[in-house]
Design a protein around this ligand. Structure first.
Ligand SMILES: [Fe+2]
Ligand SMILES: [Fe+2]
Length: 279
């Protein structure tokens, strides 16, 4: 090979390597969680994803449970080539006896066929991706743990680093993606670990009686998700809040006799303990 061909080959190799490096730096990932069967919200998010050159979607569970459109949601999600982990509600649907399901899961269960449950049963509890991301629903060890929130005076607040650290199970990957609290946040710990919760696509407020009564309220009816993108300076993170036809979702909750979902979907707030507790 003469010198000119050698230099040409080297140039091509460096060009390909450089292009690949730039492209990998530009990778845009959408993070979705807690869809809870809210089809109008999901459709709005899907339309938004199309405008953003998203290459990958990570979905963190609680997919279809609730008094909205569980069957339509699961049918849609089963066709997606997204990366999924399961949420506590997804786990309930495949592990609990039907008569022991709470109201939200029971509504979904009645609309599901065997194939829907079989698909849910394939979803992992956690997933490591490319030595960079750990995906989970609650915490790395428990899908019902509020990783970034502590309950105080009947509502959730941002936890301190000291409260968060014991729940991490010694994670060694740089980015932890979690859901469950429906509260969008990004937290960076002293160790360099970044934790991102994208909030909830389908349910901006709810009440919980699992650990004493408390409410989670995001304060507006928007659908929420996150987009992360690697840049030279680090991970650029955008929490996206999308207006959508939330009255349609609230009307569906009303039709299915769930005043808690109805008020949460309509306003992003709860009325407190005047609403009966649902499972
Ligand atoms: Fe959820
Ligand atoms: Fe959850």
């Amino acid at each position: 090979m003469n010198d000119f061909r050698k230099i040409s080959c080297m140039f091509i190799v460096y060009f390909i390597k450089g292009t690949y490096a730039i492209l990998s730096l530009m990778t845009k990932i959408a993070i979705l969680s807690d869809l809870h069967g809210n089809m109008p919200a999901i459709e709005k998010v899907l339309a938004d994803l199309k405008t953003r050159q998203i290459e990958r979607v990570f979905c963190l569970g609680d997919l279809a449970s609730g008094p909205l459109w569980p069957r339509e949601t699961i049918e849609l999600l089963m066709q997606k080539d997204w990366v999924f982990v399961r949420g506590n509600h997804d786990r309930n649907l495949v592990e609990r006896a039907p008569e022991k399901l709470g109201d939200s899961d029971a509504y979904a269960y009645k609309q599901f066929d065997r194939k829907h449950l079989d698909w849910l049963a394939t979803l992992p509890a956690t997933l490591e991706i490319e030595n960079t991301f750990l995906l989970c629903h609650g915490s790395p060890t428990k899908d019902t743990t509020y990783l970034l929130e502590s309950i105080e005076n009947g509502r959730v607040r941002l936890s301190t680093p000291e409260e968060i650290k014991p729940k991490l199970n010694g994670i060694r990957l740089p980015i932890l993606l979690c859901g469950h609290s429906h509260t969008p946040r990004m937290v960076t710990l002293e160790s360099g670990l970044t934790i991102i919760n994208p909030g909830s696509v389908g349910l901006p407020a709810y009440e919980d009686a699992s650990d004493g009564y408390f409410v989670v309220e995001c304060g507006s009816p928007h659908a929420r998700y996150a987009v992360i993108e690697k840049t030279m300076e680090g991970w650029k993170t955008e929490i996206v809040l999308l207006p959508y036809d939330h009255e349609l979702a609230a009307a569906q909750a009303h039709k299915n006799k769930r005043p808690d979902y109805e008020i949460g979907l309509r306003t992003g707030f709860m009325r407190g303990d005047s609403i009966p507790i649902y499972g």
